[in-house]
Design a protein around this ligand. Structure first.
Ligand code: IMP
Ligand code: MG
Length: 177
């Protein structure tokens, strides 16, 4: 594990996810939730988060990919896997691993808005506000972090490291090779 430094260990992440769950429980009292996970990065966070939510709840998933150069987010995304169910009049909570430029979520939000949901909010484990290019303000944020490349707890670098239990910073030497 000398390619990474631990930023938030598993215990810290577990506590944070519990906190987010409690806030979501309070905010959505008396309502049903449709939780939409953005694949693949959100899968571990979402699995833990929904188990902290004590409300009637349905799950669905969406997978998107950026057009063009994968290292530069263009904001134009292609839907690889769309939702299975209608979101009409539903309270949609989008769950994402990390918001970086915000361009991906801006696009997703626009697509979902056109389908007439009751509401749409965003819950992300990590947020890099200094990198923002789109006006996306997640309602629920686990940790705000500086501009570092992070992996683990679902997040990848070239599809590696997703299974690491902690949120780690990837040493620049790994991706600057
Ligand atoms: P955005 O459109 O720039 O906000 O892109 C967000 C997406 O970029 C996330 O869903 C991640 O898949 C990916 N991403 C951004 N920063 C990181 C990071 O530090 N580690 C891993 N993936 C990241
Ligand atoms: Mg992602």
């Amino acid at each position: 594990m000398d390619e990474v430094d631990i930023l938030f260990d598993r215990e810290a992440v577990t506590r944070k996810v519990k906190e987010l769950g409690q806030i979501i429980n309070a905010d959505y009292q008396g309502r049903d939730l449709l939780v939409v996970g953005i694949l693949k990065g959100a899968f571990i966070f979402m699995a833990d988060l929904v188990r902290e939510i004590d409300l009637p709840l349905q799950l669905d998933f969406m997978d998107v990919s950026s057009y063009g150069d994968s290292t530069v987010s263009s904001g134009e995304v292609r839907i690889i896997k769309d939702l299975e169910y209608s979101i009409k009049d539903k309270d949609v909570l989008i769950v994402e691993d990390i918001v970086d430029t915000g361009l991906t979520l801006k696009y997703i939000k626009e697509i979902l808005h056109r389908r007439g949901p009751g509401s749409i909010r965003i819950c992300c484990l990590l947020d890099k506000p200094s990198r923002r290019k789109a006006d996306i303000f997640p309602e629920y944020v686990g940790y705000s972090i500086p501009d570092r490349f992070v992996v683990g707890y679902g997040l990848d670098y070239a599809e590696q490291y997703r299974h690491y239990p902690a949120v780690c910073e990837l040493k620049p030497s790994v991706y600057q090779k």
